[in-house]
Structures are given as C-alpha cells and as structure tokens.
Design a protein around this ligand. Structure first.
Ligand code: BGC
Ligand code: NOJ
Length: 812
C-alpha cells in the first residue's frame, strides 16, 4: 500500500527535508557536539541542557503532553490580526509554505504566511555553550509590513527531576535579571549554584516578559499567549512561579526587504569568588563575552560554516560509493550521524527517554564506541577511561553513570553480568582503530575512589574474570540481574507492581540461572582479549584465557544447543529457556546472534542451523523478532520480559539492536544474500521509502524497536534515536558487509555481499593513512582472492598500515 510521505532525503546537503509539519510523531534532531546540547523537533519543540539532561536542564519541556511535543523555542509573528509561527506550532495557523531541514547538528525551519517568510537556523557553535537561533524575516509582499515579533523560551529550574515535582519550593525560587536585550535566568544562583543562563537578541527590544502567567495568561495556552494576541508585552519581572524569557521586537520591512536577528540561548559558569558584580547582581562578564562572539550575522555565519566543515571532516573518514543511494546515504551520512548522537547521549535524552531516569550506560556506551571510535578517537579514549572508572574491584559495574559527575549511580540497578565484557569490546575497537596500546597502561580507579587505581589492562582482566568466577551448574555464565536483555530477570520474582524490575532485590542464593547470551559474548570478547594479550606479549595470560574460552565453547556445545538453535538461558531452577520444549518463546535471537558471532559449533553445523532457524522462526516483513512465539502471560520466574504485550519491546518486538548480531553471524558464515536481506529490512532508507506513516518515528535514523509480527500493529516503530542499533548497524555494514575492518596492524578486507553487488569503492582514512579501496565482487558472496596495494600484490587479507595515500584493488 502506498503510504503518505512527509518528507524526503536531500543527500547533497545531508539533510532530511520535512514538508508537512503534521508528521506521525515529532521528528527530531540534535544540536551540539560536546557540552551544550539541544533537542529540536520539526516544529521547534524540545529543550536544551548543559552536559547532563537531568542535572543541568536549561529549558523546560513537558513530556507526553497534550498536545504532544509541548514546549520549545517559539517565535510568534503578529502580522495584523494574524499570529503565526515559522514552525507551524504552537499557533497552528495554516502556513502558505512550511519546511524543516534536519541536517548534521543543525535544523532550519522555514514558514511563509501572507507574503512574509520567516526562516530560523538553529545550531550550537563548536566549543561554545549556547544555541544560536538565526531568524531571517523577509517581506515578499508588495507592501510595507510592520510586524510584531515575540520570542519565547521557558526556563527549567536546573534539575529536571525536581522541576517536575517539587512545586512547593519551585514556585518560590525563580529569579531573573533583565539587562538591555538580555534576559538572565539565575534561580538558585544566590546559594549553591555557580551557573546561570541567558537569552539574548542582537537588537534593541521594545519590550519583554519573564513571568509565564503574565505572558501567556493563566487560561490561555502556548497557542494563544495573551501578550502576543494583544500585541502588547507586559514587561513582567518574574519572582518565583515560572520564569520565562520573551523578547518583543517591532519590525518594519519594505517590499523585498529582509532582516536577520540573532537570538542566543547561553549557559555560563562562574568561579565561586567571582559570582557577583554587586550584591544580588550576577557577574555577567562571561555572558557579555559570549554574546560579543556571536552578535552579528557574519559571525554567526562563520560559526555555522565551521560546524559544517567539522561534519565534512568527520564524514570524510569513511565514504562508500556503491551506486545504491539508499545504502550510500545511510553509510555516509545518517548512520554515522546517529552514532555520534548515541555516543554523546547514551540513552539519556530523546523523545522516549526523559533525560531524568538514565545517564550513560556501562554496556550501552561501550557498544556505542564501535560506531564512533573512527570519528574522534581522543573522545572515545576518554570515554573508555570514564566508564572503567565506575567499575568495582570485583569486575562488576554500575549499570550507568551521570555525565555531569561521571559517578556511577544505581538508578537502574546493577549486577548485570554481561556488563564487564563490554569494556573489552569497546577497548579493543579503540586500539584497533588507533594503534594506541598506551591506553592499556592508563591508571584507572575503581568506583572513582582516589588511590584505588590500577591499569586499564587490569580492568579488562578482572572483567573477564568476573565471568569466569560466576559460572553456574552447566559451567555457563550466571546471568545476575539480567544480561543484555534487561528484561530477562531470572532472579527477580516479583509480584509487587510497585517495585521496579530493574532495581528490586534479587534472590541470588542457590540460583542456577545461566545465560547463553553471555556465553557467546564471553567467547567473542575472550578471543579478542587473547589476541590482545598475545599482541602485547602477555603469553601466559593469553594461554589462561584461551583455556577459559575453550571451556566455554565446550559448555555451549554440550549444554547450550537445542537441536535446531542455541538455548537462551537456564532459569533459577535450572530449567531450559528458549527451547523447543518450552510452551512459548521457544527461540530467542540474542543467543543465536552471539553464538553464531562466536562461531560456536560451526564445524558441527550448529551455526548454519541456528541462522536458518532465525529465518524460519524470527524473521518477518519488518525484521527479526526477539523471541518466538511471544509470551502471552506474565511469568513470575522470567520477570519484565513477559510483562510486555505480545510483539512489543523485549517480548517479541523487533529489537533492531540485535538484528545486526545475526547479520554478522551470516557474514562470518559467508551467507551474503541472507545478511543483506536482513540488513535492508531494518535500514531506515528502505523503510522510509515504503512506510512513513506506519513506521511513525523518524525515517532517517534507526529506532530501538519496531513492533513485531505478534503485535497489534506490526511495523510501527518506537524509541527512536538513542539505541545501540546505531553502532551495531555501522559495525555490521562498514566492517562485515562492505568488509573494511580496522585491525592492529592494518586494515583487514573481508566483505560479505549479496550476489547482485556490483563494484564499489570505499575511501577510508585510517590513522595517518588514507586508502582508496575498490572492490570487485564478481558475483561472489564471500572470499577475497587477491589484493593489490599501490599496484603490488599482497599476501593475505590485511593491508599493512603505512602512513600516506594508497590505492587498493580487491578481487573476490
Ligand atoms: C526496557 C529496556 C530498558 C530497561 C532499562 C525496560 O523497561 O524494556 O529496554 O533497557 O527498562 O531502563
Ligand atoms: C535498552 C538498554 O539501553 C540496553 O542496554 C539493553 O540491552 C536493551 N534495552 C535490551 O533490554
């Protein structure tokens, strides 16, 4: 069925162009790269924060509201009796033209009404703590127009959690200052905070408002604020209640005339002894300096050009040309972009994650590294150290830490026994990309405790040991609170709806709950660890771990095989999960993915059978579901997984994150046709073409979950943007399908392609080298026959690293 379209890709500008504001769900973008961040929807909804969406929320947002996507940076234009917004919302006045272009760390929203065009470019300049909103107003009519322009931002009282709860206090703490065209938000600055925010415009204003109820009116809405409807600012000064920032500007434009306004939403920190310039008056020096850096159109345009160059350089590191636009645009643009976003935010702030519940995940952030490490290796390096610093001396970990403090916190539990392995996964990816083995010698504390430092290598070692020391009766890894599947809570036993599956006290005495997913993960990362140990001359350690890996492989073959696929787990009592013997959920994807990636039992035919079973039982039109058949009732012994209705989330949803595991399994097994068909099913550009309405969420990025075949509405997407899917899709396509794999001594070339693949090129910057690689598949799915480097044949499949520019020809 032909579905309605809301937009299209513009590859030349690396943009997604939304042409109808009424998308099936807010379609958002992210601004900012390092410290200051914003989320922005296609109608300019969203919010900003500094580093941490929980502890330093700058502007307020109302999640899951009516209307959806309520709150943002709004410009109101009053032209005679008509009031409208360039992004259509919140007034929803029908526009003569609407367009939203989401690009690489910027968004441009343009609206036209009655001969006036308003275009706003939103971005966060590199290394600056502010969001720029460059508004261009143009009179395209034949008569002179006098317009009344109102800006609008609503301040959050910094802590996004208490901001939503503690009204008895909040309604009395709000404080602002107004100076010229700048509105300052300084709530709690008088006490322990050393930071404030401001909203500025680079022109004289004719009025302002800082008190929300005075501006909006208690019985009005964002769609019809009283001050705007009457065309009269109140010049209100907020004391408590809800402080906002709104500028009022009168603009007269002759026919054809246009004018730029630069609005700046900024964040400032001051030293303790420099907080005030006079009693009660904040020291504005740094704000003035920041404003001066961006107070003209020219300065802003220059900052924007720098941002665009930055993205050019990031996206120049890996560039493919296959002639298939749908593949090229995901590899060259959107997949890499999403990887940067997930690296920055982990799973903290999206339109599905409130930014309050979760910080940086130990498991999640390690996985994000395989999608990001090629982009900015030094940031990846720091991230590895930050993550490892939250580990405990026994190798266990906090499941997440706060980006502002970098301290572990227990908000979503701990004791997930897969967590430690991921540190090896991330670190190995980093060293292979950079060749920087020195990271292994970095001194890294436990639980951030000074004095507890050991080398990063030691952290890797205790991570492996954590698995070995926690084996169950079948010599398979004990699952702990859960493994990658947060919802497989085999030691939880909860009948109380008031307790969280993630944090409730677990029964660990006497448990026999073991995970085949961790077993596979242990073998994959264990092999990596062994190779790393050999590389750095730790032969005895390599030998020790090889034995543990071999033992694990044996245990899986002996106790983890169900005849047609790998088992998923053993429960608390030692009963099989994910077996043909089970009534429901006979097969799970995670253990198929990890055990095929680990190639366990390949010779005995287990890998091929497992992959076939995925096709037979898990695959559907929209991808592979997590388990089959879905659970139809809550199972006390299994926990959260069976709490979800059929076809959603961890209960037989298409968890896009783990489809790539099976795809990599297919690639290792040389089954290029199957790998490709699984991959294309969840590749956003293919979905975009077919299912914009059904899919619902942004068509330019992967979402965490697509409703599975047992769901009420199969194919409907949820939880867009912040998902390990981004990194795994990247890892899969860049290294296993297209076959360009960084390795310690060079780049390994080993593609796995559909038979129909034609010749393609990859331009890959790698350390101090740049490789122009042309691949001739010759109808082969797998197997490199010959490689030449700068015209000379080489042995094997690894192009030895040497700085400089090189040409590589690969024949399959
Ligand atoms: C979700 C998981 C998530 C976990 C931790 C569960 O409700 O289903 O996907 O990882 O919560 O927040
Ligand atoms: C989302 C979490 O972020 C991730 O860590 C987890 O593995 C999946 N959910 C599956 O439960």
């Amino acid at each position: 069925m032909e579905q309605k379209r809301y937009g299209h890709f513009d590859d030349q500008h690396r943009e997604y162009v939304i042409t109808d504001p009424q998308t099936p769900w807010p379609w958002i973008n992210y601004l900012g790269n390092e410290d200051f961040f914003s989320l922005i929807s296609n109608t300019a909804g969203g919010y900003s924060f500094y580093k941490d969406a929980k502890f330093r929320r700058i502007t307020r947002y109302r999640y899951n509201n009516v209307p959806m996507d309520n709150g943002g940076r709004y410009f109101y234009i009053k032209d005679g009796d008509t009031v409208w917004n360039p992004g259509w919302k919140p007034c929803k006045t029908p526009l003569d033209f609407y367009e939203c272009r989401h690009g690489m760390s910027y968004t441009r929203i343009t609206g036209r009404k009655n001969g006036v065009e308003a275009s706003v470019l939103f971005f966060v300049p590199l290394k600056k703590w502010c969001e720029v909103q460059k508004l261009t107003l143009k009179n395209e009519s034949a008569e002179t127009k006098t317009l009344k322009l109102f800006s609008f931002e609503e301040w959050c009282l910094w802590n996004a959690a208490t901001d939503m709860e503690n009204f008895q206090r909040n309604f009395s703490t709000g404080e602002v200052e107004i100076e010229g065209s700048t509105i300052y938000h300084k709530t709690e600055y008088r006490e322990r905070r050393n930071h404030y925010a401001f909203y500025h415009v680079n022109t004289e204003i004719q009025g302002f408002d800082t008190d929300r109820e005075t501006f909006v009116g208690l019985y009005n809405e964002f769609a019809d604020p009283q001050a705007v409807m009457e065309g009269k600012p109140r010049n209100s000064h907020a004391h408590g209640w809800s402080p906002i920032a709104s500028h009022y500007i009168e603009v007269t434009l002759k026919p054809g005339e246009s004018r730029d306004f630069v609005f700046l939403l900024g964040y400032i920190e001051n030293e303790q002894d420099e907080k005030f310039s006079a009693p009660q008056v904040i020291n504005k020096q740094k704000a003035h300096a920041l404003i001066a850096e961006l107070d003209t159109t020219e300065k802003v345009d220059k900052a924007f050009a720098e941002l665009c160059e930055y993205w050019d350089s990031l996206l120049n590191i890996y560039k493919v040309q296959t002639g298939n636009d749908k593949l090229d645009r995901m590899v060259n643009i959107w997949n890499q972009y999403q990887c940067m976003v997930t690296f920055n935010f982990s799973r903290s702030a999206s339109f599905f994650e409130s930014g309050v519940g979760r910080g940086m995940g130990f498991r999640d952030s390690n996985q994000d590294l395989v999608g990001f490490v090629h982009q900015i290796p030094p940031r990846a390096r720091q991230r590895i150290i930050d993550i490892a610093s939250t580990q405990f001396p026994d190798g266990g970990c906090y499941h997440q830490y706060q980006p502002l403090t970098k301290r572990g916190n227990n908000d979503i539990g701990g004791g997930f026994n897969d967590d430690p392995c991921w540190l090896i996964f991330g670190t190995v990816a980093y060293i292979k990309e950079t060749g920087d083995f020195s990271i292994l010698d970095e001194m890294v504390p436990f639980d951030n405790q000074p004095g507890s430092e050991v080398t990063l290598f030691e952290h890797l070692k205790i991570s492996m040991d954590h698995v070995i020391k926690n084996l169950g009766p079948h010599m398979l890894p004990l699952i702990g609170r859960a493994d990658w599947n947060d919802c497989l809570n085999l030691n939880c036993f909860s009948w109380d709806p008031n307790e969280s599956f993630q944090t409730t006290e677990n029964v660990s005495e006497g448990t026999k709950a073991e995970s085949l997913m961790i077993a596979g993960l242990f073998v994959v990362t264990g092999k990596d660890y062994v190779a790393l140990c050999k590389k750095i001359g730790k032969t005895a350690e390599a030998e020790r771990m090889q034995q543990a890996v071999d033992a694990m492989i044996e245990a899986v073959k002996k106790h983890g095989w169900d005849g047609e696929w790998y088992l998923r787990a053993y429960d608390f009592y030692g009963r099989k999960i994910g077996s043909n013997e089970c009534e429901e959920a006979k097969i799970f994807i995670e253990s198929q993915g990890w055990c095929t990636m680990a190639e366990i039992g390949a010779e005995e035919g287990m890998v091929a059978k497992s992959l076939d079973s995925c096709k037979k039982y898990l695959e559907c039109e929209h991808g592979m579901v997590l388990n089959n058949p879905a659970f139809t009732k809550y199972i006390y012994e299994y926990g959260e997984i069976s709490s979800y209705p059929e076809g959603y989330k961890e209960n037989a949803g298409i968890f896009c994150h783990n489809n790539p595991w099976v795809i990599i399994g297919e690639c290792l097994a040389g089954r290029g046709n199957d790998a490709w068909s699984h991959y294309a099913k969840i590749l956003p550009s293919y979905v975009e073409e077919k299912y914009q309405t059904l899919h619902k969420v942004e068509p330019y990025v992967n979402c965490q979950m697509v409703a599975g075949k047992d769901a009420f509405k199969p194919g409907e997407g949820k939880n867009s943007w912040l998902t390990g899917t981004a990194a795994w899709m990247w890892y899969t396509v860049s290294e296993f399908i297209l076959g360009i794999k960084p390795d310690y001594d060079g780049i390994r070339i080993d593609p796995c392609l559909p038979e129909t693949a034609s010749d393609y090129t990859v331009n890959r910057k790698f350390r101090e080298a740049e490789y122009d690689i042309t691949i001739h598949p010759n109808g082969q799915q797998k197997g490199v026959k010959a490689i030449t480097l700068d015209g000379n044949p080489i042995d094997g499949t690894v192009i030895p690293y040497s700085p400089g520019k090189h040409t590589v020809e690969v024949t399959m």
